[in-house]
Unconditional design. Structure first.
Length: 266
């Protein structure tokens, strides 16, 4: 009887799942070959349909399902290397697949954080905020407040506030994460980044009615603090790292906005 059951029930299901798996990987190949965001988006319905069938047939925690997601995740990174618009489309596509697997998972929260960090580094602050808020809510539902991933979201939200106009929130959030990362490791790159954000917030929070000489001195000091923090980040992460190039962009913007030349080497 077990052999009959395998032949008439289990085997057809496995064969059906194999077809969906093959279709999924064909669509992943289409994403890999895409030259535009529109071509990435065009592959989304087929990817979702094949993936949905894999999840319903094999279960969300199946190794085959997880390997399929991992394969698509690799294409997200490859697409991002080829351009921001292409990478953003692949990121959103990957998020849609994770939502089909488990819309409340910590893994989805981490992907949203990564997308938000990409937005931050490219000065897309209006897009970074909502992604971070959703990432934070998901991660806080899985982990305690002191967990590294929860702190990571808090830190990135502080940097978004510092790069934007909410210098008060930036000061509060980054003051907390600075202590968190200092306790973890001397010279932690995110401690340096927190110092970068705090310096940005101090410059933006300067009283407009300050005497010009005092204001100029405070701005110059803040820009120098930003440069020093960026040097620490570059030493730890490399000069071409996304966070370093993003921080350098904000330093240059702030130098122009305040009428100060960017410090040498920025």
């Amino acid at each position: 009887m077990p052999d009959v059951l395998l032949q008439h029930v289990c085997l057809p299901l496995l064969q059906d799942a194999s077809l969906s798996e093959a279709l999924f990987y064909l669509h992943v190949l289409a994403v890999a070959a895409a030259d535009s965001p529109q071509e990435v988006v065009a592959a989304t319905p087929g990817l979702q349909e094949a993936f949905k069938h894999l999840v319903s047939t094999l279960g969300a925690e199946s190794m085959i399902v997880r390997l399929a997601l991992a394969a698509h995740s690799q294409q997200v990174g490859a697409s991002l290397d080829r351009g921001l618009a292409l990478g953003e489309a692949a990121f959103k596509q990957h998020i849609s697949l994770q939502e089909l697997q488990d819309a409340g998972s910590a893994e989805l929260g981490l992907t949203l954080y990564q997308l938000a960090t990409t937005y931050y580094s490219h000065d897309m602050l209006q897009d970074a905020g909502p992604a971070l808020q959703r990432a934070s809510a998901l991660l806080r539902s899985h982990y305690p407040a002191e967990h590294d991933l929860v702190q990571l979201c808090k830190h990135r939200l502080g940097m978004v506030c510092a790069a934007g106009r909410d210098y008060r929130s930036a000061t509060l959030l980054l003051g907390e994460t600075l202590q968190h990362y200092k306790q973890q490791q001397q010279g932690h790159p995110l401690a340096h980044e927190a110092e970068l954000g705090l310096a940005m917030a101090r410059i933006k929070g300067l009283e407009p009615r300050m005497p010009k000489a005092d204001r100029d001195a405070a701005v110059s000091e803040g820009l120098q603090q930003m440069r020093s923090a960026l040097s620490g980040m570059a030493a730890a992460l490399g000069a071409e790292h996304l966070l370093v190039t993003g921080g350098s962009r904000y330093l240059a913007q702030l130098a122009v906005m305040t009428g100060h030349a960017a410090p040498q080497g920025s």
